[in-house]
Design a protein around this ligand. Sequence first.
Ligand code: ADP
Ligand code: MG
Length: 236
Amino acid sequence: MEKNKLIRVEDLSKEYKMGEVTVNALKKVSFDINEGEFVVIVGPSGSGKSTLLNIIGGMDTPTEGKVFIGDEDITKYNDKSLTSYRRDKVGFVFQFYNLMANLTAEENVELATEICKDPLKIAEVLESVNLSDRKGHFPSQMSGGEQQRVAIARAVAKNPLILLCDEPTGALDYKTGKSILSLLNKINKDYKKTVVIITHNSPISKMGDRVIKMRSGKIVDNKVNENPISPERIEW
Ligand code: ADP
Ligand code: MG
């Protein structure tokens, strides 16, 4: 059976102009992602991963090319449509969690879902990221791993179409990083969310259903992985 395409990136280019200097962060990048896939985009620092993820998430706009989410080309969206797209369709997880320091774990999740169309129950999501007993804690009272769990809960509770994660283990120790990857795997399966993570750690790509390799703003490899390995069994 033909799988449903969810994301289609077509000839995407991004130039950053800084005075006299032009950086070509993305050079005619094209690929598809199917609904429900766990995708790992891997490449060295500076290869264009964050630029690509930010454009897919509607946080940045390309110089050229298209990004289809279902049938809709989000690069044609005006600011208002792009804002609703980011709010209702995209969950973002960052390397440094980006939680609100003056809000508790629960309040951080609440704030993100308040304006959403179709949010999930916050208590259930906190439970599924194993943080029911931390909901009254402030970010400064939590470990890095716990803060990242809150950030994942915040992204998932919006009930987005896609979950985009930029180096989600980048600030964490090895063991905690693995547990965060396992959690993202669980979210992908339990909530049937399409998950895209970017990383510079190539062994992490072994857990992907699809692995996209980037170098200098280009895709150098894009393969379906028939035998994804669970993060507990990957070493890096
Ligand atoms: P990665 O996430 O793979 O490390 P990035 O997408 O952050 O790569 O960056 C790709 C290239 O674009 C790098 O050369 C980086 O310096 C440049 N770049 C990224 N963001 C900006 C920006 N806002 N202004 C100028 N150059 C940028
Ligand atoms: Mg990056």
